[in-house]
Design a protein around this ligand. Structure first.
Ligand code: GLY
Length: 393
């Protein structure tokens, strides 16, 4: 009798414990809510810190907040961070700051000096448009799309990335991320030219930047007749290695191309890349080393920014794939990433220059911004949070 009572008590305790244990979905949601709150406070502090500078926070290194001017490829992410934080909290103070830092980017709508206008304008003005549909904002995005198209060479079928260096016509795989603004411009104007440039760029990248396993070269350079001059890397460990953020841009890019075109080849390719990433990233917490093939692994930095981009991409891919099992795998993988990024190892509750995430890498071969917070890591974490919180579960 005594034993039976003990057993019942033990079972009751177990049941209570099981009932109280939050589900994985609750766990992730709580982690994200915490991240959003920290981000909102930090972004407000940096908005105030840069108030009169006409510059944009990029990173925090050696105790110093590093800011950039409007022409830097990262200039649009701080406004994007503020917009995302506003969208996730409804806090009017964030909207005011987002408007201010977006408006400071006005002049770059006519900039044609490199390919990053999609990042710069679509993450800032694009978000303002998504929230408020103001006609003058739409015109700025269309002007920027026109500027970006000036870098497209129809014979090569690619938008030229950079004007520096020894390459004849360099195109980096990151460039896929600029196409979303072109798809948007076509939808809003009814003019197919932006769509055609985006599709041609995506197709040529698909043909030339990838290895059979789904990994990608960072830089492909072309001769003037469209033949290949070289394939290799600039920001990665080696020409034949997999630079983590490059892999992340590609799964994000082709997922977005499928959303915008409905072309099945983009979906197949995005799934192929996702599969590659999920197999190739060997870390337990799913935050990749900055390059999957650095020969000094495990004694090399992780890249939280690559993880954040991947999580955001996989969450969108989970809503587009037609295979339920794949969908669940993508969500589970993104959840793992988001839980890791929301842990004290990667998320800062104070310090860190008011950025949210620690441990990103910008350009390891140049030893530039290694193991630091980066404004775009925060952007894709918040975008992933937004995508996760709006999943139909
Ligand atoms: N070019 C953007 C990056 O560093 O990922």
């Amino acid at each position: 009798m005594k034993n039976l009572k003990r057993t019942i008590m033990a079972l009751l305790l177990l049941a209570v414990a099981a009932g109280c244990k939050p589900s994985r979905q609750q766990q992730v949601t709580e982690a994200l809510q915490k991240g959003i709150a920290i981000a909102a406070d930090g972004f407000k502090a940096n908005a105030a810190a840069c108030d009169t500078m006409n510059r944009f926070p990029r990173t925090y290194e050696n105790g110093v907040l590093v800011t950039v001017d409007a022409y830097d490829w990262t200039s649009g992410f701080f406004a994007g961070d503020l917009w995302l934080a506003y969208e996730l909290t409804g806090d009017k103070e964030l909207e005011v700051a987002a408007r201010k830092y977006t408006s400071q980017l006005y002049e770059i709508k006519d900039f044609t000096g490199h390919h990053d206008l999609g990042f710069m304008i679509y993450c800032s003005y694009g978000r303002q448009w998504a929230n408020f549909q103001e006609p003058e904002v739409l015109q700025i995005i269309i002007d920027a799309a026109n500027s970006l198209c000036t870098r497209f060479n129809p014979q090569i079928g690619q938008i030229r990335s950079w004007d520096f260096g020894e390459w004849n016509y360099p195109v980096i795989v990151d460039n896929l991320m600029n196409l979303e603004m072109l798809f948007f411009a076509s939808k809003m104007t009814g003019d197919r030219k932006y769509y055609d440039v985006a599709v041609k760029h995506a197709d040529t990248t698909l043909e030339n930047h990838f290895r059979p396993d789904g990994s990608s070269y960072h830089v492909v350079s072309y001769n003037n007749d469209g033949t290949i001059e070289s394939k290799g890397t600039f920001q990665g460990f080696a020409h034949e290695s997999s630079w983590a953020r490059g892999q992340a841009w590609t799964v994000y890019g082709y997922t977005m191309c499928y959303r915008e075109t409905g072309d099945e080849k983009y979906l197949t390719h995005a799934e192929h890349i996702a599969n590659y990433i999920m197999n190739a990233v060997q870390t337990e917490d799913k935050i990749p080393y900055w390059d999957y093939h650095d020969t000094a692994i495990p004694d090399v930095p992780r890249d939280a920014s690559a993880a954040a981009v991947t999580a955001s991409a996989l969450l969108e891919l989970s809503t587009l794939t037609k295979d339920e099992e794949k969908s669940q795998t993508y969500v589970a993988y993104a959840e793992d990433i988001l839980l890791s990024l929301s842990s004290p190892e990667y998320m800062s509750e104070e310090g860190n220059g008011n950025f949210l995430l620690k441990h990103s890498v910008s350009h390891k071969p140049l030893n530039s911004e290694v193991d630091v917070p980066l404004v775009y890591a925060d952007y894709y974490y918040l975008e992933a949070a937004q995508r996760y919180l709006s999943l139909k579960k």
